[in-house]
Write a protein that binds this ligand. Structure first.
Ligand code: ATP
Ligand code: MG
Length: 438
């Protein structure tokens, strides 16, 4: 059979046999968000192009090369979100969420779109978990957000990640740094790529983030931002470091981190791994005190991070971290004959209504094949209902693990009988586990 078409290059499907991994990771992200007092925000997949030009910045790789921008039938220019921060900030402003008081703490789990060269850990559609805080100038906010990101790695059991932090100053001190960078890069103009040449005047800091190896080589000896930041920025950065020390979170100061998006000020950070190849940055974020103003709002010191979920899953895989498989089936019921099948159907529905997992045949398998199937899906209990069982109104409930059977009624009494067996078998498992631990 020939498919009419394949999935688009740079996109990936999450198939039913794999989705539990995503759900497990997302569940931890949601739980940790809750623990840190963040509530979910959901924004549209596309926005006016202007939003990203303004916030991400039109000298960045994302805006210059990577956006999926198109004109609608109405002649508007819209863009698929390349990241989650801009849309969240737009929504907070548009709906006056700040009227509820600061800080506003929001998280998102979202797809992002960037026209990049697909490779391991780099796709055209990828997914981010992100946290955003608005209205929080204190360095405790920076530390809180970094600790929140770290708590997700901790809960997943990820090791060997390095946390790298830097401060890239503010509007007061950055012009001096820009000047020094511009002088330095002008001296090495002949080695810079076309894009970086165009950045030289408008945003020389972007050159530090260029992935072209020649530009990266020149950038190695460029002036270091920490030598240029003002006293306020220094005090803020010291505060962040003290909090991370207090939380016993190890970090490295990496003066080369500038982050790929324009809106950052002061603290920037990345969690980097050596275990997943060239695309090693699993999480990146920092402070963006000017963003809300840039979008037309009041001065609102803000910060956040984006974590790449595909890269995180690659990391879990490379570190052989087992994600627990969800249970597949608590009870499989086989009905023989029309009347028994209806009875089985009723019982299955009843078990499902109390949130346990029950299955019956919908494929048309024979009895033997159904038994094999119940084995294959590792059903915990099974039961066969035929004419005799219907007549006597009772059947044998089989514990598939211990191979023991117990007679249960097929009237309303079934549910109680089944649940008590189910709970017993769980308890004895727990007991076994406890005994094994002693
Ligand atoms: P990189 O330097 O790897 O291109 P970035 O600085 O462009 O990353 P951010 O904009 O900070 O990335 O996005 C936050 C996180 O989202 C990254 O740390 C990464 O984990 C993930 N990410 C970014 N781009 C992609 C992509 N194309 N495919 C998969 N994950 C991505
Ligand atoms: Mg990038």
């Amino acid at each position: 059979m020939k498919l009419i078409t394949n999935g688009i290059k740079g996109t990936e499907d999450v198939l039913p046999g794999e989705s539990y991994k995503w759900q497990f990771v997302e569940d931890i992200m949601r739980k940790q968000s809750q623990a840190y007092g963040f509530k979910e925000i959901r924004t549209p997949v596309f926005e006016h192009t202007e939003l990203f030009n303004r916030s991400v910045g039109d000298t960045t790789d994302v805006v210059q090369k990577e956006m999926y921008t198109f004109e609608t039938k109405g002649g508007e220019s819209v863009t698929l979100r390349p990241e989650g921060t801009a849309g969240a900030a737009r929504a907070v402003l548009e709906h006056g969420v700040y009227n509820e008081g600061y800080p506003i703490k929001a998280y998102y789990l979202t797809s992002c779109y960037r026209y990049e060269k697909p490779q391991k850990g780099r796709q055209r559609e990828f997914h981010q978990f992100g946290m955003e805080v608005y209205g929080a100038p204190s360095y405790f906010a920076d530390a809180e957000v970094i600790c929140a990101a770290n708590s997700i790695f901790d809960r997943l059991g990820v090791t060997n990640l390095s946390l790298e932090i830097n401060s890239i100053g503010c509007n007061n001190c950055r012009p001096n740094y820009h000047k020094a960078l511009k002088e330095y890069f002008t001296e090495h103009k002949d080695k810079l790529c076309e894009t970086c040449l165009s950045r030289l005047d408008r945003n020389p800091m972007r050159i530090l983030d260029c992935k072209n190896p020649d530009c990266a080589e020149v950038a190695k000896n460029a002036p270091v931002v920490l030598d240029f930041i003002c006293d306020e920025c220094k005090t803020h950065f010291d505060g962040v470091k003290s909090c991370l020390d207090a939380a016993k979170l190890h970090y490295k100061i990496n003066p080369k981190i500038v982050r790929g998006l324009d809106y950052y000020t002061r603290t920037v950070f990345e969690f980097v791994s050596n275990d997943i190849g060239a695309q090693g940055t699993v999480c990146g974020g920092g402070r963006y005190d000017g963003l809300i103003e840039e979008l037309g709002g009041q001065h609102t010191p803000s910060l956040g991070f984006g974590m790449g979920i595909e890269r995180l899953l690659l990391l879990l895989e490379s570190q052989k971290i087992e994600i627990p498989k969800p249970p597949v089936c608590d009870l499989y019921v086989i009905g023989i004959g029309e009347a028994a099948k209806i009875k089985a159907f009723n019982i299955i529905e009843g078990v499902r209504s109390s949130s346990l997992i029950a299955e019956g045949d919908i494929v048309g398998r024979g009895i033997k094949a159904q038994m094999k199937y119940a084995d294959k899906i590792k059903a915990r209990f099974s039961m066969v209902i035929g004419d005799t069982e219907l007549e006597e109104n009772k059947a044998k409930l089989r514990n598939m693990e211990t191979h023991t059977e117990k007679e249960v009624p097929l009237d309303e009494g079934f549910f109680n009988a089944f649940f008590s067996e189910y709970v017993d078998s769980n308890n004895s498992k727990l007991l076994d586990q406890l005994n094994a631990m002693q």
